[in-house]
Design a protein around this ligand. Structure first.
Ligand code: KMH
Ligand code: ZN
Length: 273
């Protein structure tokens, strides 16, 4: 089986220090969390940024500062800015994260609208998705296709048919927001993408560990981190993103899967130019 690529989603836009005091807000905290994940074996840092008070922002200058700080501590990490931002942000606000120097090699592309709980709706109209894909292609940024259910895979494949995506396609199956976070649904999602495409899986909340283990066993890759889950095990808050990456590594070791370094991840995901 291919080596395992671990993505650390270190911050997110929704979780707060009230949920887990280790959730990073400041640039120094974000850099600290990125380094903890990188040192533990994550080759991709999925990045959101916050103001110092924890408010999510897609501000270009704040992203630049965060990326520069991470780069100092994790020189060869793949830094993947979010273009999803937080619920309610405009498209222009969200796209600022791709407008930094150097241009990111990777960024998220959310492939549909979904319910985020309560009255929260994460809106991605067909035009938004198409425009984001076009801009990323023009800037030479590979999209990670964020799909929260099977219909979003189909939306991505329609974009691909219009020549708007970059091959090999890379999907992130986010399970537990819209589609349920079960192994049955993970198998369904993984069976719904074209041959040659690569995939990562993310389980939200306590399902993170089941989905990580299933993904490792199936030959997929894993995303873990505070954005998706705050607990190392039932009732035990994770002290850092690195602690969670270590747990993924331990599961991978038990299942006989080696961990990819950033250079290997770039080749496997088609990020090397
Ligand atoms: N925070 C969500 C509204 C992404 O990073 O592209 C969007 C999100 C997906 O987290
Ligand atoms: Zn995100």
């Amino acid at each position: 089986m291919q080596k395992l690529v671990i993505t650390a989603a270190i911050c997110g836009a929704e979780v707060t220090k009230e949920h887990n005091p280790a959730v990073p807000y400041t640039i120094a905290e974000i850099a600290r969390e990125a380094k903890s994940a990188y040192d533990a074996g994550a080759s991709i840092i999925h990045l959101h940024v916050r103001h110092d008070d924890g408010t999510p922002t897609q501000d270009r200058a704040r992203f630049q500062e965060a990326v520069d700080a991470i780069r100092k501590l994790c020189p060869d990490a793949i830094i993947q800015p979010s273009t999803g931002g937080a619920v309610g942000m405009t498209d222009l606000e969200r796209l600022q994260s791709t407008d930094i120097v150097p241009t990111p090699e990777f960024a998220t592309l959310d492939c549909g609208t979904c319910n985020f709980g309560g009255d929260e709706i994460f809106v991605n109209s067909d035009n938004t998705i198409k425009n984001f894909a076009k801009i990323m292609k023009e800037r030479g940024i590979k999209p990670e296709l964020e799909v929260f259910d099977k219909g979003m895979i189909d939306i991505a494949l329609r974009l691909d048919a219009k020549g708007l995506l970059v091959h090999p396609l890379h999907f992130d199956f986010v399970l537990g927001v819209q589609i349920s976070a079960t192994v049955r649904d993970l198998v369904f999602m993984a069976g719904s993408i074209p041959p040659g495409a690569t995939w990562t899986a993310t389980g939200i909340g306590r399902s993170a560990w089941t989905i990580a283990a299933a993904s490792i066993a199936m030959g997929g890759h894993v995303r873990i981190g505070f954005e998706d889950n705050l607990y190392l095990e039932k009732g035990v808050l994770a002290k850092s993103n690195g602690e969670m990456v270590e747990k993924v590594k331990a599961i991978a070791k038990l299942l006989g899967r080696e961990i990819a370094n950033p250079a290997e991840a770039r080749v496997m995901l088609g990020l090397s130019k």
